[in-house]
Design a protein around this ligand. Sequence first.
Ligand SMILES: [Zn+2]
Length: 230
Amino acid sequence: MSAGLGDIPQFAQEFKKALKNMFGYFLLSLYLAPLAAGAAAARLLSFSFRLAERLIEVKLPGTEPEVKERVFGKDELIIPTTVLYEAFRILRKHGRYGREWIVALGYQEINGMNIVTHVHDTFCPVSLPASARADEGVISRILSFYERCGAKIAGFAHIHPWDARSVSPSAIDIKTHALWEELYDGKFIGIVFTNSGVFRIFHGRRCKFRPVIAGDGVRRIEGDLYALEA
Ligand SMILES: [Zn+2]
């Protein structure tokens, strides 16, 4: 009890310290309040930004990384691997007996993409070990069929009837191809297979298509040389 009086100055000091602390916290709150409000506003703005983006269904600037290269574009010709297997199935039926054969490939514009959707046998009246000729009557029927369906001819695929790990179009193949390419304003490709399922996509100088193989089961060997994996 006797110590009571002696403690007054210490009490005053503690009181002063507490006041100082309170004032300090007050000042701190003045400093932090705008920051906290700013953070809340930023959260709100980012939410409204995302909501706006969703409502108007467009990508606002700065929300998406810039896509440098589109995989599928206007002048790309998408060739599904199923179509390649189907072309090879028909060609191989003749190739296995040592005879060349030709099929036509048709494409359609679907959602702004050029997609090869169809393989048509050309029923070659000439089918020899080093040459084949498509039936003109059949070609003309194929062309009118494609026109009826809103499709177009994308090119021809043929087979060189031997087993090989590489294949290239012959001089005659290139010459014939150039005529078709000119006729179709550059929108024409050629594919040459071997009996082993190796194939090369080729075109001439005027070609306006960039072939893109879509799907599994095809392996790129190098450049425009590929192999069916089955
Ligand atoms: Zn050939």
